[in-house]
Design a protein around this ligand. Sequence first.
Ligand code: NCD
Length: 316
Amino acid sequence: MTRDPRAASTSPRDFLGIESLAPGELETLLDRAEALLPAAMGQVRSEPKLAGRVVANIFFEDSTRTRVSFEIAAKRLGAEVVNLGASGSSASKGETLVDTARNIEAMGVDAIVVRTSISGGAALVAQHVDRPVINAGDGRHEHPTQALLDALALRLRLGSLAGKRIAIVGDIANSRVARSAAHAFVRLGAEVIAVGPPSLIPVGFDAIAKGPGKVSITHDIDGILGDLDAIMTLRIQLERAAGGGIAPDYRAGFGLTSERRAKLKPGTPILHPGPVNRGVEIDDAVADDVADSVILKQVSCGVAARMAVLLRAIAD
Ligand code: NCD
């Protein structure tokens, strides 16, 4: 297939990463997502600002929350949605992500949501299509709508993130969630502490995020628990790990067990992007804690966050 010479750059309507957002955009999106939360939850009727529009979800990696909430977000706004996965599409015949996206664009869709195992894959698609591209997770790189929903769930709980100490625990090395969250939280003025075994924290992670906050690294989870305002645990990304499985002593070393939870300040919110591997990075009793686990609140915030991002891409 010949390349379209028109399309060689990304557009301001693309949503490719938190790192590349213009100053103030994160706050604007958060304000908008918060205002959209009642509509996202069906408590009030949402204005069908995307009526007559079509959103294509191209998900070349599995997903439950992200794919379904993009679909619900689009439908709440009146758009139609088409879903394409790797199995059941011509990706299984060797068609590339870019060719897939260009063909979907040629059918006249209004926005393309992309999930891929290729780090930088969403930007690559954006360089080859003229329609807005939204990154729904690209390899180890970024998962910007996840960071938006994480920040919203925290803002609802803490009021503001400025000056707050937020630990992100686990497989930082392979997690796009950790990278996007660190960028977002630091922009919003928080101190992010990356916690995990040395093998799961990349050298230089403390220098990635720019903003009023900062990132630090520790390998000692027990030393920081009592001094946190929020804690996010992560799944070990087995599909991206260079080798080996989950270390047999991972839970003992870094799992958020009930014993560790008891060392948190009362009311410290507990986050997890899902999917949860119960009994590994977090214990059942902690994940299901009705007072302080905000895991399902994050999921609800995800619909509102994706509504805000779709409006920015198509309607504004
Ligand atoms: C995350 C992802 O896909 O990066 N999940 C999600 O979108 N909620 C985290 C993970 O898979 O562990």
